[in-house]
Design a protein around this ligand. Structure first.
Ligand code: MN
Length: 264
């Protein structure tokens, strides 16, 4: 079992989701994580269910799949988000913990998603965050360590709820990637693949553009027999390219992730 190269549809944040997926599929990308802003845009359309069904059909025609959807930051309510995710064929919905809230409040919010996820048979992945909020020294937030995330998993439904490990968040948090991934073990159900050159801020670069120890990451993923998506969550290193040039980097990104999976 190996993991699959995937990419966030938000690498074309200025395009409609349908156009983003067509363009990425044309380069050879087959697995997608649906971008939060794309979800919010489609949720606002008239008769969203029809549009989501049409997008699912488009994916089937292109022989690609939207296997994950991110996230809870655009205000689409859980019951609608999960319903749309199901139409798209999504297996995992990725949620950020609320870093400013207590662990009890986070559990309450997560439970509001879990009831719908159980009803629709869709998994949830809670993502690791980090403490480095600009301007606030020595701050501790909730949801930055494996133990905090595993507590949420155990308190809800470990059959359905797991963890999304964001590599550049973990780097900013100064965690040992190998040990953290090993600690998560079978509860790791999704990844956000990105890099950063700084210890004080997340940059969402492509792998090897920053300081992440990718050898340690891949070794740990193999040892826990991770079988989920290796999902690129690229930011400025892709989005800064003007639209007519962006395909160049996204083709490179696909070759890079495939090579990491096959040769490392
Ligand atoms: Mn992330």
């Amino acid at each position: 079992m190996s993991f699959k190269p995937a990419i966030m549809t938000g690498v074309f944040s200025e395009l409609k989701p349908e156009a983003s997926i067509k363009r990425l599929a044309g380069m050879g990308w087959r697995y997608f994580e649906f971008y939060s802003v794309h979800m919010a845009e489609m949720n606002k359309r008239k008769d969203p269910a029809k549009h989501f069904s049409a997008l699912r059909e488009l994916c089937e025609k292109l022989e690609v799949c939207i296997l994950a959807a991110h996230d809870n930051t655009q205000g689409v309510p859980p019951e609608r988000f999960i319903q749309w995710a199901q139409i798209l064929g999504v297996e995992t919905v990725v949620l950020h913990p609320r870093v400013e809230e207590t662990k009890e409040k986070n559990l309450e919010i997560l439970n509001g998603w879990v009831v719908w996820a159980e009803r629709f048979g869709i998994g949830i992945a809670v993502e690791n965050m980090h403490d480095m909020i600009p301007g606030i020294e020595g701050r501790r937030v909730f949801g930055a360590t494996p133990s905090e995330l595993l507590w949420l998993v155990e308190e809800t439904n470990p059959e359905l709820v797991g963890v999304c490990w964001d590599i550049n968040h973990a780097h900013v948090q100064k965690l040992d990637q190998y040990r953290a991934i090993k600690q998560l073990g079978k509860h790791l159900v999704h990844t956000h693949i990105n890099d950063t050159t700084t210890d004080s801020g997340e940059q969402h670069l492509l792998p090897f553009e920053g300081k992440v120890d990718w050898k340690a990451v891949i070794k740990a993923l193999r040892e826990i027999e991770y079988g989920g998506l290796f999902s690129l969550e690229a930011g400025v290193s892709v989005n800064s390219l003007p639209l007519p040039l962006r395909d160049l980097k996204l083709r490179y990104a696909l070759e890079l992730t495939e090579a990491m999976i096959q040769r490392m």
